[in-house]
Each structure stands twice: as C-alpha cells, then as structure tokens.
Design a protein. Structure first.
Length: 313
C-alpha cells in the first residue's frame, strides 16, 4: 500500500514539474539585449556575493526554482559550482541554470518512480526500497554532473582547436591598422561560421570592454570562463603589449606558430596513446574470437577422430 502511494505521488510530482516547466519556458519572452546586459552586469558583480540574494529580487518564472533550491542547506554552493561549469561549457543563458536544476530534479524523480514501480510486488521490501531510493537520488545527481563535465571538456577542446587559426587571423587584422577591439570584433565576425565558440568568446570580451569594463578584468573573466592555459598566455601577451606599447601583430604571429606546434604535438601524443588504448579491447573482444575461429575447428576434428577410433574398437 505504501509503495503504491509513493509511486502515484512521485509520478504526479514528475508530471506536474514537467508541465510547469514547459509553461514557464514558452511563456517567457525572448529579449536578447536584456539578456546580454544582465549577463554583463552579473559578470561585473563581486564573485563572493551570494547568488540567492541576487535571485531573490527577480523571483519570477524559472528563477523561483533557484530561490527555493537556495533555501536548502548547501543549495547555494551547489548552484554556484553548477553555474560555473555551465559557463565553462558555453551555456550562459539566463535560464541555463534553472533548466539544468529542473532537469536534474525531473531525472531524480523519474529514477525514484522507477524504483518504486519495480518494488511494487515485493511485500517485505522496505529495506530494498529505501536502498533503491538512495541509489536513485545519488545517480540522479551524479550522472548529470558527469555529463556536464564532458560538455566542459568538449567545449575546451573546441576552443583549443580554434585558437591557432584565430590568433593568426587576429595578427593579420591588427597589421592592417585596426585597433584591438575592432580587430577582435572583425575576427569574431569572420570566424562565426567556422569556430563559433571562440568567436562568441571574443565578442563577449569586446562587449564587456565597450560596456565600460577594464580590459584586464575582461580578459581575466575570459580566462576563468575557459580555464585554458593558452588563452591565459594570449591574454597576458595582449595586456603586456598594450601596457608597454610593443607590436602586437608580430607577437601574435609568433604565438600562432607556437600554438600550431603544440597542436601537432598533442595530435602525435594522441596517436601514440592509441595503441595502448586499443590493447584492452583487443585482449577482451578480438583475441577470444580469434582463438575460437582458429582452435575450435581443429578441436572438433580431433574429437570426431577420437570418437571414430573409440567406436572402431
């Protein structure tokens, strides 16, 4: 009886959350300019400020979910870490954190509902039900975070792949006499269809500078968003060149060559690791099949001959 009540309760909660999320997503109006200005304002705030205090005043729509989660002990820290990972994965929309949190809650409820459903026919399964619910809650929070880590890794790989060509083009554009902001915006426009991730990052830096933020802080936020050492070196080179008045175009050309050399070395290292990575699949999947194909026919022939010899006697 308790299992049935839990099953219907979890099912109703999951469906209600899905319906409410769909209504909120379709009801909100798109405002690209407002979203961009709000993003710039949030990035200009002090990092140590509490996210729940900022969301409390705008507790409407999907932000209500964030405010409720912030009331739970440890909810603010969990949302802050998740928001940082989402930013590093390239998801910086205003509703990205709320959608992720709602998705995690729905996934946890689905796992819990499935666990309760599987335990419906077990009359004495209170202990297994509690263990299954605990496992469902753990998996519901761990698996989405692992997927988010994979998204961050893939986004960084795309930025790393696009960096040499983009830096080279930036040096060429600077050599024509344009300023740094105009050159970065032009490179962002040219690379939008080839490397959209790095193009959007360049455009974000330029917009932050145009909004009145210091160039050094804008590049520091660029480094924190990506977490790539090559971008850190690029930002340091640009800031030092601007401070001391040296030629940035020639420095970027040399740095682009160094980035291409590093990319080639990474590719060679990946090729060198491929043989070691293929060792486990070969031993587990290929060698047993090869042994079966080569040895089984001979063994069957030997057994048949032994059987004939035994029957002849």
């Amino acid at each position: 009886m308790l299992t049935d009540v839990l099953f219907f309760l979890l099912t109703g909660t999951t469906l209600s959350l899905l319906v409410w999320t769909s209504i909120e997503l379709f009801r909100e109006q798109e405002d690209p300019l407002g979203d961009r200005l709000e993003g710039l304002q949030l990035q200009a705030l002090v990092v140590s400020s509490r996210p729940a205090a900022r969301r409390k005043n705008s507790g409407r729509g999907l932000d209500r979910v964030l405010y409720v989660i912030g009331l739970v002990p440890g909810g603010d820290d969990w949302m802050a870490g998740t928001e940082k990972l989402l930013a590093q994965a390239g998801s910086r929309r205003k509703s990205a954190l709320a959608i992720y949190c709602i998705g995690v809650l729905i996934f946890v409820l689905i796992l819990a509902t499935g666990t309760v459903y599987l335990q419906r026919g077990n009359p004495n399964g209170a202990g297994s039900l509690i263990g299954g619910l605990a496992a469902a809650f753990l998996l519901g929070f761990i698996l989405p975070k692992q997927i988010l880590y994979r998204m961050v890794k893939r986004y960084r790989a795309k930025l790393q792949e696009a960096l040499p060509d983009t830096v080279d083009l930036l040096g060429i554009v600077l050599g024509t006499g344009l300023g740094l902001d105009q050159a970065m915006m032009r490179v962002s426009e040219e690379m939008q269809y080839i490397y959209p991730e790095l193009a959007n990052e360049f455009a974000t830096v330029v917009m932050q500078v145009r909004a009145g933020q210091e160039r050094g802080k804008a590049f520091n936020q660029f480094i924190r968003r990506t977490g790539i050492e090559d971008i850190k070196s690029l930002a340091a080179m640009i800031i030092q060149s601007e401070k001391f008045g040296t030629s940035l175009a020639q420095a970027l050309k040399v740095y682009a060559d160094a980035l291409r050399t590093r990319r080639r070395l990474r590719a060679e290292a990946a090729v060198g690791k491929a043989g070691i990575k293929m060792l486990f699949p070969i031993v587990v999947f290929i060698l047993p099949v090869l042994f079966i194909i080569t040895l089984v026919p001979g063994m069957l022939t030997v057994l048949a001959n032994l059987k004939l010899l035994g029957s002849g006697r």
